[in-house]
Design a protein around this ligand. Structure first.
Ligand code: HEM
Length: 158
């Protein structure tokens, strides 16, 4: 049921990501990418803001929201660096699926928007971005995380 990417694509994606993410003193640029992702998410999907009330989304420079943004980019890093180990990737995506399943209002449609944004911003942030390899690897990761989520926020059964 899982169709994660082949090892050679995983290695390309990891290498291209880690040039950026594992670089010394990259804290500020990682945070900038992460906050840019959320800035774009709320432009595309203003309704999604209310999902992040608990982490003080109304002040996006607050420590609570900054910490949230860092958790998310670290979550993306964890997914990417698990791509070359299938058991690890299954466990990481299962855990992330649960973390989102319990948040009422989060939908598959939100993750489709997030995917679109990532494929716009990552090529700008990374020195090299092999579009085909990233598509082969990230799309199945997304599918694994959204399994169990409602298609849209409106399709929730309360
Ligand atoms: C690249 C894709 C994403 C990754 C890697 C990711 C990762 C994470 C992580 C690591 C957390 C913290 C979990 C915890 O500590 O409980 C989190 C929380 C959350 N995520 Fe995501 N996420 C992604 C996309 C999304 C999208 C598209 C939405 C919906 C618009 C979303 C909604 C939430 C919500 C509502 C929380 C809980 C915030 C809180 O702590 O109150 N996430 N996410």
């Amino acid at each position: 049921e899982y169709h994660f990417c082949v090892k050679c694509d995983a290695e390309v994606v990891k290498a291209q990501w880690n040039v950026f993410y594992a670089a010394p003193n990259s804290g500020a640029s990682k945070y900038m990418l992460a906050s840019h992702i959320f800035h774009r998410l709320f432009i595309e999907n203003p309704d999604a803001k209310k999902l992040f009330t608990r982490v003080n989304v109304h002040d996006q420079s607050s420590p609570e929201f900054q910490a949230h943004v860092v958790r998310v980019i670290n979550g993306l890093d964890l997914c990417i660096n698990s791509l070359t180990s299938r058991p690890l990737l299954e466990s990481v995506t299962d855990h992330m699926a649960t973390q989102h399943f319990v948040r009422q209002g989060v939908s598959q449609a939100h993750f489709d928007v997030m995917e679109k944004i990532l494929f716009e911003l990552l090529p700008q942030a990374l020195d090299e971005f092999n579009y085909d390899a990233w598509t082969s690897c990230l799309v199945p990761v997304k599918k694994a995380i959204v399994r169990g989520l409602p298609a849209t926020a409106e399709s929730y059964q309360w």
